[in-house]
Design a protein around this ligand. Structure first.
Ligand SMILES: Cc1ncc(COP(=O)(O)O)c(C=O)c1O
Ligand SMILES: N[C@@H](CCCC[NH3+])C(=O)O
Length: 380
């Protein structure tokens, strides 16, 4: 990451998102090099950040696009991804979105229920097309992450349960407008315990074996995303260990000859290149606490409030001895707090604060609650 304290921010209104495109390029290149070692295909999960300059660099790296809405497909196409590079995932695709994706002739729909299969087939038939699909299967593997971003357990709404698979195969045999390309798995996000991916491989191997026993060959195997980043030490670890991550799959995943393995990374590619920059409006001395009140709040970055997520906070303007603050936003909610009891150099009105590791699931999750203006993005 560029040294944020050394940048000239004169004239830049706060709050704003800052993206270090040099770090993004380095991260993409590292991911690409390690994925290429094994011939793995990466589709970037647009939901993490869908800003055009970022998507352009990702497309230039040669990655595909993993979209979860009609608008994400539109955005991917507008930034130059080819339809053949686009997959469409999501537990609740609307008819309009399915129709749009069919019209664009995207590569594949990742399907999550029998009802969805029937609807996609029906809509494909109306367009006189064959929809290429993969089955998103719920492998019941615990991702050891926050419960709100765990997706591969039986109590989660995502994917088709393994005990339904026999019925799914029977159903597919009578739906002529679907072509089964592969299987798809995604067990959760911000996974830092890499052993979890080993467990996923073991389950995927078992499920693949079941398909083989049914005489079904699946050309594509998509093992999802989920690789986490280091929110505590963004300087020491500006990018995740892609080498270790892909090596786990190479070691533990049983891949058939000619089978193509896909990944859907989001956060791992873009989180560390972003930061949210904000000014201190007021320092308020409370009865028990000192509050640093920022001009950014949960409307710009909701992760701390939604998942009790940690983001490192730096004061870029002060080198004074440290004091302890609750760093809060201006929104009329007590939960509008980025972090409690943070030791920062003594902080004053107008100091510039950086909330780090905010390239993923930050700007995309912004809202205009309290009729707030949208914070702009700055790229360097
Ligand atoms: C189906 C699917 N694929 C890919 C991703 C991207 O995940 P991450 O940003 O953790 O890599 C997600 C989000 O968790 C997802 O739900
Ligand atoms: N929005 C979540 C990640 C969700 C991943 C999407 N399935 C986060 O900020 O960590």
């Amino acid at each position: 990451m560029l040294n944020l304290a050394e940048q000239n921010w004169n004239g830049q209104n706060t709050p704003f998102y800052f993206y270090d495109l040099h770090l993004l390029r380095q991260t993409l290149q590292a991911a690409r090099t390690e994925a290429d070692r094994y011939g793995y295909h990466v589709h970037y999960a647009l939901k993490a950040n869908s800003n055009e300059p970022i998507l352009k660099l990702i497309r230039e790296t040669g990655f595909g696009a993993d979209c979860v809405s009609g608008n994400e497909i539109k955005q991917a196409l507008a930034t130059g991804f080819r339809p053949a590079q686009i997959v469409f995932a999501g537990v609740g695709k609307s008819d309009a979105e399915i129709n749009y994706a069919l019209e664009q002739d995207i590569f594949c729909f990742n399907c999550e229920s029998m009802q969805e299969l029937e609807i996609i087939s029906e809509l494909a038939q109306q367009q006189n097309k064959i929809a290429r699909i993969a089955l998103r299967i719920n492998p019941n593997v615990n991702a050891n992450t926050h419960k709100y971003i765990t997706t591969g357990l039986e109590e989660n709404k995502f994917g088709i349960n393994t005990w339904e698979l026999a019925d799914v195969i029977t159903l597919l045999r009578r739906l002529p407008n679907l072509e089964l390309l592969g299987s798809h798995f995604h067990i959760g996000s911000q996974i830092t315990d890499l052993q979890v991916f080993e467990k996923l491989c073991v389950r995927v191997n078992e499920i693949q074996q079941w398909f083989r026993e049914q005489g079904i060959y699946l050309k594509h195997l998509n093992v999802g995303g989920g690789l986490g980043v280091d929110y505590r030490s963004p300087e020491e670890n500006p990018m995740p260990d892609f080498a270790a991550y892909f090596a786990i799959f190479n070691e533990h995943l049983a891949v058939e000859p000619d089978q193509i393995v896909h990944f859907e990374l989001g956060r791992a590619l873009v989180a560390q290149c972003g930061a949210l920059l904000s000014k201190v409006l007021y320092i308020k001395k409370g009865q028990k606490k000192n509050f640093a009140i920022l001009d950014a709040g949960m409307t710009e970055l909701i992760r701390p409030m939604l998942y009790q997520a940690y983001h490192k906070i730096d004061n870029l303007s002060s080198t004074l001895p440290k004091q302890v603050y609750d760093v809060v936003g201006p929104i009329c909610e007590s939960s509008d707090c980025f972090a409690q009891d943070v030791a920062l150099p003594e902080t004053k009105r107008n100091d510039l604060i950086a909330i780090r590791t905010a390239g993923a699931y930050a700007e995309v999750m912004a809202s205009n609650y309290n009729l707030r203006d949208k914070a702009p993005a700055v790229y360097r």
